[in-house]
Design a protein around this ligand. Structure first.
Ligand SMILES: Cc1cc2nc3c(=O)[nH]c(=O)nc-3n(C[C@H](O)[C@H](O)[C@H](O)COP(=O)(O)OP(=O)(O)OC[C@H]3O[C@@H](n4cnc5c(N)ncnc54)[C@H](O)[C@@H]3O)c2cc1C
Ligand code: FES
Length: 253
């Protein structure tokens, strides 16, 4: 069940270059939220900007934590939110990661695909062994938050400034990592390579596709993703049918 809820900003901090850590009191949405789901945040500044999808990084009692990168007008507006400000949010949206009866998990995240993996790691830790692989261009963030829940993440940076020099899949390959299931979130190119890694090792991979969205409610084709069907494909919508898909079903291009 989705709600539009008027939340109150608890805090909003700049935690890395262009990356903000926003906590909003949203009791109804927080109570319902599952890992891998997202919310639509409304930029209420008098313009007609559409709501922006942001993954749920953490649920903490009656609040949600969102971690986002400033890339354009909507996220720039969110970066200016201050404690006490009101903000309209629709959620929880999307299907989230399926929780199976697997016992060992790899979480693989790249850039702004890392935030939803924190709540996912918290929940999976109760079910089995969790290993976390995170890739960044240059400035890691949220790594201490994984440590706080007892998981030391394996870090890769493109420039080698922290951890392994290279991308997250190269890091996973270098360690020949194994698990019952992989959950991944990040840019499409990374999701494709993690999916190939899973296929090679015979490990199912669930990918969260943070495609560009428009309406966010299934009414346009702004977020279409190609899903294999018979000898061809069908378009599915990230906002309505996703954002999580079984990587074996995705037609990677
Ligand atoms: C399900 C889902 C979950 C998401 N979770 C997060 C999250 O947790 N943290 C986070 O930082 N971002 C997340 N995003 C991406 C975020 O929604 C966009 O960055 C945001 O909507 C951009 O809005 P804007 O108004 O600031 O930028 P716009 O003015 O709309 O766009 C500015 C630039 O960013 C590009 N852009 C916009 N959206 C995306 C996108 N989805 N992927 C790649 N490039 C894009 C545009 O092409 C343009 O070049 C998520 C997206 C989806 C679909
Ligand atoms: S954003 Fe319009 S259908 Fe998904």
């Amino acid at each position: 069940m989705k709600f539009i809820e008027k939340g109150t900003v608890i805090k909003n901090e700049n935690i890395a270059p262009n990356i903000y850590d926003l906590s909003i009191r949203l009791p109804k949405i927080a109570k319902e939220a599952a890992c891998g789901q997202f919310v639509e945040v409304y930029p209420d500044n008098g313009t007609n900007l559409l709501p922006r999808p942001i993954s749920i990084c953490e649920t903490n009692g009656d609040s949600l934590r969102l971690v986002f990168q400033v890339v354009g007008s909507g996220t720039r507006l969110f970066s200016g939110l201050k404690s006490g400000d009101g903000v309209r949010v629709l959620g929880p949206c999307g299907n989230g990661y399926p929780l199976t009866n697997a016992k060992s998990f790899i979480l693989a995240g790249g850039g702004v695909g890392v935030p939803p993996l924190l709540e996912t790691a918290k929940r999976l830790k109760k079910l089995g062994n969790v290993n976390v692989y995170l890739g960044f261009r240059s400035h890691p963030f949220l790594t201490e938050d994984f440590e706080k829940i007892g998981i030391v993440p394996h870090i890769a940076t493109d420039d080698g400034s922290v951890g392994f020099k290279g991308n997250v899949t190269e890091l996973m390959k270098s360690e020949n990592v194994q698990a019952d299931i992989i959950y991944a979130c990040g840019p499409k190119i990374m999701l494709k390579s993690v999916s190939e890694y899973g296929e090679e090792k015979n490990i199912p991979v669930y990918v969260s596709m943070e495609e560009r969205m428009a309406c966010g409610i299934g009414a346009c084709v702004g977020c279409a993703v190609k899903i294999k069907k018979d000898n061809g494909f069908e378009n599915k919508k990230v906002c309505k049918d996703g954002p999580v898909f079984d990587s074996r079903e995705v037609l990677w291009e």
